[in-house]
Design a binder for this molecule. Structure first.
Ligand SMILES: Cc1cc2nc3c(=O)[nH]c(=O)nc-3n(C[C@H](O)[C@H](O)[C@H](O)COP(=O)(O)OP(=O)(O)OC[C@H]3O[C@@H](n4cnc5c(N)ncnc54)[C@H](O)[C@@H]3O)c2cc1C
Length: 375
């Protein structure tokens, strides 16, 4: 690694890699710094791998805009580059009158967002999914699943082919603005070193608030402080995956889209994630929350499921801007010139639907970077 860069990306999760694959081009020196031993070891490899359709959030939010654009771009990317995916669709199911009312609202929101959706009668529900139960439901044909590891492998290959240099076990421990550029201090196996860069793109996931703080942004005033929310998954045994033809979701009634049927591209069935806020990152899962799984709304839609089919499996932790009991917060994707940091771009709170949005976020950030470097 030579010690001067045009663009430095902090974090090799799906967001940092998608951005690297877009911003790298001839004549630009682009570095990705990743503190772990390889790419995608945090949120990007511990999620539901769902390609979301853009149903859940307000039309004007970045979450909706990025998700809608990302949905189309991601299917195209997968199709062209042999990345495993399934456009299997999903059904959101209500099991009582209160949920039915919320389902109706969600359907209207999805429609407002321009997402193709179809309301289903009871008869249509049982035609599509003979083994599930529900009073009303709607179908989202553009929801799907992607192999997130294969996606990241493709992105890293593209970034490297274009000339990006990726350093693992390289933790950013300080950033200082010097004469309109940035001095980045890195800790690696050989000790500490620093280099200068014109642009910094902060994609540090759980620690993106801390990275923003390093350069001198007051994260309290900016409202950038992150909260961690752990989501647990339970595996489902007994060949139950053969009883389901697509993703099945409950009507969301809390902080997330709710414990749902997760299927991966090889049709492995799990239930989850069951979310709760935590103060430290640990991926340990035991069966202490099994009762909450059994009581979750999704279980009412899956009458064939027996308690003994469910075993604690994995978990993921999401970096969220909204704390416990707080309302909606949007993605933060921001060039910080007006805070006195031209060339510093923050991506904070890129939680779900971040995986789906990754190609659209990369395009968005690439425009910001082009304006910066070519103006
Ligand atoms: C349980 C769960 C379920 C989800 N389900 C879905 C879904 O179905 N569909 C969907 O679209 N999205 C989903 N998401 C959201 C999606 O996973 C995230 O939005 C996405 O992975 C965020 O990627 P990232 O690159 O920003 O973060 P990360 O993957 O966390 O990457 C950040 C990287 O930065 C590195 N880093 C941090 N600090 C430093 C430092 N100081 N120096 C160097 N490197 C550093 C980390 O090691 C890490 O590799 C889910 C998330 C979770 C947790």
């Amino acid at each position: 690694m030579s010690y001067r860069a045009d663009i430095t990306i902090i974090g090799a999760g799906v967001i940092g890699l998608a951005i690297a694959s877009q911003v790298t081009r001839e004549g630009r020196e682009v570095y990705v710094l990743e503190k772990r031993e390889t790419f995608g070891q945090e949120q990007s490899s511990r999620n539901s791998e769902v390609i979301h359709a853009g149903i859940y959030y307000e039309r004007d939010s970045l979450k909706t805009k990025m998700c809608l654009e990302g949905n189309g771009l991601l299917y195209e990317l997968c199709e062209k580059n042999g990345i495993a995916y399934k456009k299997c669709g999903k059904i959101i199911v209500a099991t009582n009158d209160i949920e039915a009312e919320e389902l109706e609202k969600l359907y209207r929101r999805g429609n407002d967002n321009g997402v193709p959706l179809k309301m289903l009668s009871r008869r249509e529900i049982s035609q599509l999914e003979p083994n599930i139960r529900g009073t009303t439901a709607f179908f989202s044909p553009t929801t799907g699943i992607v192999d997130s590891y294969a996606l990241m492998r493709y992105l890293i290959g593209k970034a490297r082919d274009n000339g990006t240099q990726i350093a693992y076990k390289a933790k950013v421990i300080g950033i200082e603005k010097v004469l309109g550029e940035y001095k980045v201090k890195v800790e690696d196996l050989s000790g500490d070193f620093s280099f200068m860069t014109r642009v910094v793109i902060n994609c540090a996931g759980f620690y993106s608030d801390k990275v923003a703080e390093m350069v001198g942004i007051n994260i309290g005033e900016a409202n950038y402080k992150l909260h961690w929310c752990k989501g647990e998954y339970y595996s489902v045994s007994g060949g139950r995956n053969k009883l389901i033809n697509r993703l099945i979701y409950p009507v969301p009634m809390g902080i997330s889209v709710g414990v749902h049927v997760c299927l991966d591209v090889s049709w492995r069935l799990r239930l989850g994630p069951l979310f709760y806020y935590v103060n430290e990152i640990s991926y340990k899962v035991d069966d202490s929350r099994k009762k909450a799984f059994l009581d979750s709304s999704i279980m009412k839609t899956l009458p064939f499921m027996e308690p003994a089919d469910l075993e604690p499996e994995t978990s993921g932790v999401m970096a969220m801007l909204q704390g416990e009991g707080e309302g909606f917060r949007d993605f933060i994707i921001r060039h910080e010139y007006d805070r006195g940091f031209p060339g510093f771009i923050n991506l904070i709170g890129i939680e779900s639907p971040g995986l789906t949005s990754s190609p659209a976020i990369a395009r968005y950030v690439s425009h910001l970077v082009n304006e910066l470097l070519e103006s």
